[in-house]
Design a protein around this ligand. Structure first.
Ligand code: GLP
Length: 225
């Protein structure tokens, strides 16, 4: 695990965008898994700016999403589909047919999850971007999620409802992982990720077994490690 400590959120976003842009420069047709939440917003802004300045283009990438609420309409502003289009895909040149997101509208969610695993297998993820929940969750893999978990429907604990998420094992198959954490609220989860026991009580702890993971944390998020 490569831990990159930075001063603040601005630096975290800068460093993260350098890693993503570098990945695309090395392999223009990379498959990239995109996370949602507040944490990657600065990264996505930087990617859009770099695209506008013609420093990078996303025309050959394939884009996957990490999770989605269920059921949810794509037009719902709370959906991760909306988030990813609004904050990123509508502002860059990724081809629509190469944007492969978990579908919160679909009736047959089991088929959707199976199909998603198949798509990941066919397009192995070169770089998976991740945030982390305060309780150590990754995607919607809440405490209790096993190392061998696949894409599936889950009950959400911190809000009422359900979600679809890539499983821990689906995430672990990514060739490279980039996890971002900022702020005091994430300090405990970061301790769990870096120093805690590797088990399902802190799903992020499984990532320690990954051979090629970069963790960018700011001062506040790293206060317990
Ligand atoms: C949600 C999302 C995760 C995200 C996490 C942290 O649970 N499903 O994918 O990483 O929240 O979000 P934030 O970055 O807003 O703290």
């Amino acid at each position: 695990m490569k831990i990159i400590q930075v001063k603040n959120y601005k630096e975290l976003s800068k460093k993260a965008s350098e890693i993503v842009i570098n990945q695309i420069k090395i392999k223009p047709n990379s498959t990239i898994g995109f996370a949602t939440g507040k944490t990657p917003l600065g990264l996505y802004k930087n990617l859009v700016n770099a695209y506008r300045k013609k420093k990078v283009n996303f025309s050959k990438i394939k884009a996957f999403s990490l999770d989605e609420f269920y059921p949810v309409k794509k037009t719902n502003k709370k959906s991760y589909n909306y988030y990813l289009f609004h904050n990123l895909f509508s502002k860059i040149d990724t081809k629509k047919e190469n944007i492969i997101l978990l579908d919160g509208e679909i009736k047959n969610y089991k088929k959707e999850c199976r199909g998603y695993e198949k798509k990941i297998k066919e397009n192995p993820i070169d770089l998976q971007i991740l945030g982390i929940g305060e309780n150590g969750h990754i995607g919607f893999n809440e405490p209790g999620s096993k190392l061998n978990s696949k894409t599936r429907l889950v009950e959400l604990t911190y809000i009422k409802g359900k979600g679809l998420t890539m499983g821990v094992s689906s995430i672990m198959k990514s060739k490279k992982i980039l996890l971002l954490a900022s702020g005091n609220k994430k300090a405990k989860a970061i301790f769990g990720l870096i120093n805690g026991k590797i088990n399902k009580n802190c799903p992020a702890s499984f990532l320690r077994r990954h051979k090629n993971i970069f963790v960018i944390i700011d001062k506040k998020a790293s206060s317990l490690v």
